[in-house]
Design a protein around this ligand. Sequence first.
Ligand code: NDP
Length: 512
Amino acid sequence: MSGTTCENEARATRPKGTGKPLMNASGEVAAQAEGTEWEYAPAPESRDIVTLAPEYGLFLNGEFVPAAGGDVFPTVNPATEEPLAQVAKAGPEDVDRAVAAAREAYERVWGPMPPAERAKYLYRIARILQERSREFAVLESLDNGKPIKESRDVDVPLAAAHFFYHAGWADKLEYAGFGPSPRPVGVAGQVIPWNFPLLMAAWKLAPALAAGNTCVLKPAETTPLTALLLAEVCQQAGLPPGVVNVLTGAGETGAALVAHPGVDKVAFTGSTEVGKQIQRTLAGTGKRLTLELGGKAANVVFDDAPVEAAVEGIVNGIFFNQGHVCCAGSRLLVQESVADAVVDKLRDRLGTLRLGDPLDKNTDIGAINSRPQLDKITELTAAGEAEGAERWSPPCRLPDRGYWFPPTVFTGVAQSHRIAREEIFGPVLSVLTFRTPEEAVTKANNTPYGLSAGVWTDKGSRILWLAQRLRAGVVWANTYNRFDPASPFGGYRESGFGREGGRHGLAAYLDA
Ligand code: NDP
């Protein structure tokens, strides 16, 4: 399988009779003689660097072991539907074993360890992640379906950066503003989703470990492999047994973990629905909880914005990682006077995106992570059409096998439409317009979520004015989807509570 350009037939200059577009990835029209074809040469990343085992165990007390009940489940490559491996499915007995191992490690080894010693392990993990970065990137793209250029340039380097950053904090917690001797909380139960499997594991583990906690991590059912490879890295780094435990399994495993009486702190990233269930389960238990849930972010473009840059930001905001991003800029709010010009340029740009083999280095849009997620995107986009919005996608040849959805733009969207209210979690943009800054704020805030927002304008004063009024945990100005371990990330209202990253993220793992 190789990538195919999403062709914008209305706009791409093309030679007679070839049916091929002549634009390159930067949107430049290639100077070509009439009648010749212009195509990307395939640039596949080799998957040889990854050695897949036929079966993977749970990572429990420093060892890989089968589930007590012997159950397994398959994990597949969403780009091809090829089964990759069988993975152990943790049951209640395994949750007990993992929490007991984490407790023992917390009390005997990790809690009492001098913080500077803990930091050494985190630095080691960070360095091994860098050394094995290609292996991680290929495995992530195989199991998740995301383009290799994203796993290689975003997920893996950021995961390493989180370990480096938090390693630096481990012996400086007394100076972090939490009081003279902040203490770890104990055993952390951490449940993560499938959209950034390795990166979310790093977001959860690094601050918890730096603060002196031990961890039981539950990766998503459809993307367990990089968390297990990270467990192998923990072994390689000599991390004491029980400090990190990885329980693969489905939703029931996550539910059993968060409800376990031996868990002191729960950290969850995923859907708002499951976040609410967890909050109900934990009510009255005294357990600490942070929730990083869904979003329906507004990306606000004013008439004085640099249009080319804004279009790149819109594309990055919603088509990065197939739109499987909680902070995705899924609602474009564009000032009415420039709406046509912006949407025209956006369509041109979408015609140059390449959809296909996630392991091809030219690919911009990879596979949808699972059949249920594809069904959800299909259902919501059908609702968008039924409710009267106008749907547009560049003509795209979708691969025959695997789970695929073309980049899609809806115009004529009303605030009441489901595609303007619900998290689609796919490569689907809803375009709304506004006339005044006040109207932009009202529409941007017209959502039960509050995770992120973007603003595109030439005026610094307008950025600050808007940032003060947008009810979102993160506001990006003239950029989008920028992440840094030093910068706290998290939401308001139905997007959850608590922060991850930075000094604020450490607070969740400390008793100060
Ligand atoms: P979930 O919230 O169901 O999954 C997130 C994690 O929680 C997974 O590890 C999942 O396990 C686990 N889990 C599921 N049920 C429970 C439970 N009752 N108690 C504890 N843990 C549980 O998200 P989905 O994968 O089902 O995605 C559904 C929708 O959620 C998406 O379409 C998207 O809109 C949104 N979403 C938002 C994310 C975000 O970052 N904000 C991330 C992922 C999804 P398992 O994988 O085995 O089900």
